[in-house]
Design a protein. Structure first.
Length: 255
């Protein structure tokens, strides 16, 4: 299926690894021109070496002034932006016992960059009738415990998905969100390695996932995101898509 993404310029935050990397690779396979916005130079450049045509901008997403410069540079270089994926985020464990400053920084890291980039890209997205995909989390709707900053950020991102869908609809720009649950990423693997019995912990988690009793792959998240960016999703906006093997909505008794 031709998704009509050839030559489309798409910015992907946190695109150097995990879900972001899978999205970038999926876009490149469709002939798009993905640009990685990430602070991990080594991973970003290794990805660009592996997939010619990928752009890389090393930046701190919490530095609004610096981010403004990156956005201006990209818009001047490409002349446009056709898609934006707000993927970067970190489940940082800022819970009720943390300081207000820590909570505020969690929002700065997990939420504010999405608003900043939408603001910076808005005019071109409207001109191109582009698309925005926000990567949220099941934590936004289920809670998890011990991660107030991340949960608040991802919950706000869901609200912004529908708010922006309204704002941009007159210009034909579509805005949707994808909510992963248990996805096997390098970050997840590092967390699992800190558990007393990683193999047992993984098996315990996977038993709670109704479809296949396995974790979602990064590629499965990426496939949905790439579709939402494409013309094939031309009348889909304001939607919150759970790509999670039924983790959030199905009765755990079925697993």
């Amino acid at each position: 299926m031709d998704l009509g993404l050839r030559g489309k310029v798409v910015w992907v935050t946190g695109g150097a690894s995990g879900i972001g990397e899978a999205i970038v690779r999926g876009l490149a396979q469709e002939g798009a021109l993905p640009v990685v916005l990430d602070r991990d130079r080594a991973r970003a450049e290794a990805l660009a070496d592996a997939c010619p045509g990928i752009g890389v901008e090393i930046c701190d997403l919490t530095d609004d002034r610096g981010l403004e410069g990156v956005a201006s540079k990209l818009l001047n270089h490409h002349g446009r932006i056709d898609g934006l994926v707000n993927n970067a985020g970190l489940n940082d464990g800022v819970g009720p016992g943390a300081s207000t400053d820590a909570f505020r920084f969690s929002l700065e890291r997990n939420l504010v960059p999405a608003f900043s980039l939408v603001r910076m890209a808005a005019e071109s997205l409207r001109t191109q009738r582009g698309a925005i995909v926000n990567i949220a989390s099941k934590v936004a709707v289920t809670g998890q415990g011990g991660t107030s900053g991340y949960a608040a950020s991802k919950g706000a991102l869901l609200a912004l998905t529908r708010e922006w869908a309204v704002d941009f609809a007159p210009s034909g720009v579509r805005v949707n969100a994808v909510l992963p649950a248990e996805v096997w990423t390098p970050m997840y693997e590092r967390w699992l390695s800190t558990q007393a019995d990683p193999a047992r912990k993984r098996a315990e988690i996977e038993r709670r996932i109704p479809l296949g009793q396995r974790m979602t792959t990064c590629a499965e998240i990426a496939d949905t995101v790439v579709f939402l960016l494409s013309e094939r999703a031309g009348h889909t906006t304001g939607q919150l898509l759970h790509v999670d093997g039924g983790y959030v909505h199905l009765d755990r008794a079925c697993s």
